[in-house]
Design a protein around this ligand. Structure first.
Ligand code: ATP
Length: 201
């Protein structure tokens, strides 16, 4: 093992479904911050998305595995999927810290929309002590940093992909294609398991 500490990006998300916006964000941060690995962490039950039925974690986990398989630096963690109860980022980071060890440097990746919500997250000070935060641009959302600790935060401009999971779900329901918005294997997974079609619940 190398003597220098491992640099690990953490890409948390509902991934319902995972799309190319997520993958480009992870890839851009990996390049910019010379990361050894980006671990994708699908949420268990995201407390902020309780307004709608979220697809069962196992489907979201498997779509994330499929989407990241072609990149040797991308991995997928089950820590949030396997933890009972609501998902809080503080628990995600604690579990990953335990897994990767004290010497690893964690970089938590977040889009502009999620960054704007961050003030409402549980244990904000501890969060910023556990990881460096990287906010990436996202079309339709301003990259806001008011009230956030600037020391532990970097902002990164990335190629603008106006893709959202919400739009992907709506397209499937409306019989519109999601090819090239999500990876090919994810298109096939959605079709095979008949996800996002309201007549199937
Ligand atoms: P939904 O539409 O269901 O709310 P989403 O498309 O926002 O989903 P999430 O899984 O909630 O996807 O997002 C995970 C993380 O990826 C968040 O930090 C989010 O800001 C970021 N992200 C999602 N889509 C993009 C995008 N197109 N460009 C940059 N960042 C993105």
């Amino acid at each position: 093992m190398s003597l220098s500490s491992r640099r690990v990006g953490v890409m948390g998300g509902t991934f319902d479904p995972i799309h190319h916006g997520h993958l480009v964000a992870a890839s851009e941060v990996a390049a910019k911050f010379a990361l050894d690995e980006v671990v994708f962490v699908p949420t268990g039950r995201p407390y902020q998305k309780s307004m709608r039925e979220v697809t069962p974690p196992e489907h979201r986990y498997l779509m994330t595995v499929i989407a990241t398989a072609s990149n040797p630096r991308f991995t997928v963690s089950r820590v949030d999927v396997d933890r009972p109860g609501d998902t809080y980022t503080i628990d995600t980071l604690r579990d990953l810290r335990a897994e990767y060890g004290e010497t690893a440097e964690l970089f938590f990746i977040t889009g502009a929309d999620a960054l704007a919500q961050i003030m409402t997250w549980k244990d904000l000070d501890e969060l910023f002590s556990m990881a460096h935060f990287v906010g990436v641009t996202r079309p339709g959302h301003e990259l806001v940093v008011d009230g956030l600790p600037t020391e532990g935060l970097s902002l990164l401009q990335i190629p603008a992909l106006a893709i959202s999971s919400t739009d992907c779900r709506a397209r499937v329901e409306d019989d519109l294609p999601v090819w090239y918005l999500v990876p090919d294997g994810v298109v096939q997974y959605i079709a095979k398991h008949e996800l996002y079609r309201s007549e199937h619940g």
